[in-house]
Design a protein. Structure first.
Length: 251
């Protein structure tokens, strides 16, 4: 199966080489790597052009934010499977994509997700937190459950039915889309029980208390926007428990 891997970038010169190398080292033979750049001015464009030996499609132009860029990429993907690897993230090993494909080889499986580790921005070998994934169950999003988006891979046919990223959300549109795939679309999902991605700390949703509150507010709004019930206190307590567990769990 062909796998479309999308990397969205903007002024990512300090980290994108690791991302490009990570994709290039994957042992799965049929990868379509699409890079969407928002008009970087720090050398990102030159790095992609000179070092992105496995980049199939590269677009560099201004956009209206990360989810607008992701929507652009969806129109370019031709793979049977689609996933996203941020411009400061890396696969945990050269076999990560193969593990994803193996899980989706069962024709009854529509989407997969797995573990993720947060690493220090200046030292990707230093693990700070471990996002230990658990299987999806109906109603889980209202209990603060969510797949780690960089580990979430879905069949293109299923994603096309779910629709594009809702750009009215600034930090939680990925969760909104995964909710539409799993909760509303009832896609059959499977857990890949291993660390698939290494994610640098410092993302928009986890780099400040304000960012965390904003993300949680958008998540609750997205859940309610689809007519699902969610208790803010229950969600908050569950989210704190899940977050604390990431600091004590180890791969």
């Amino acid at each position: 199966m062909r796998v479309s891997i999308v990397t969205v970038a903007f002024n990512s010169a300090s980290t994108i080489v690791d991302t490009l190398d990570s994709v290039a080292r994957q042992d799965h033979p049929d990868i379509e790597h699409i890079v969407i750049d928002g008009g970087s001015s720090d050398g990102t464009v030159d790095l992609v052009r000179s070092m992105g030996g496995r980049v199939s499609k590269f677009v560099t132009e201004p956009d209206a934010g990360i989810y607008d860029a992701m929507n652009k990429s969806l129109r370019l993907c031709t793979g049977d499977i689609i996933g996203f690897l941020n411009s400061d993230d890396m696969y945990s090993s050269e076999r990560s994509v193969s593990a994803i494909v193996a899980a989706l080889a069962d024709g009854g499986v529509d989407a997969v997700h797995g573990d993720l580790v947060y690493v220090r921005r200046d030292d990707p070998e230093c693990v700070v937190r471990h996002w230990k994934a658990t299987p999806f169950s109906p109603g889980a999003f209202s209990r603060a459950w969510c797949p780690a988006h960089p580990t979430f891979y879905v069949r293109r046919s299923v994603l096309e039915r779910a629709g594009s990223f809702n750009t009215s959300y600034k930090v939680a549109s990925d969760l909104d889309l995964m909710l539409r795939v799993l909760e509303l679309g009832r896609a059959n999902s499977k857990l890949v029980p291993q660390v698939l991605v290494r994610m640098r700390m410092g993302g928009v949703s986890n780099n400040s208390v304000r960012g965390i509150f904003r993300q949680n507010a958008e998540v609750i709004a997205a859940i309610r926007g689809h007519g699902l019930s969610v208790s803010t206190p229950v969600f908050a307590i569950a989210k704190i428990f899940r977050r604390l567990h990431q600091f004590v769990s180890r791969p």
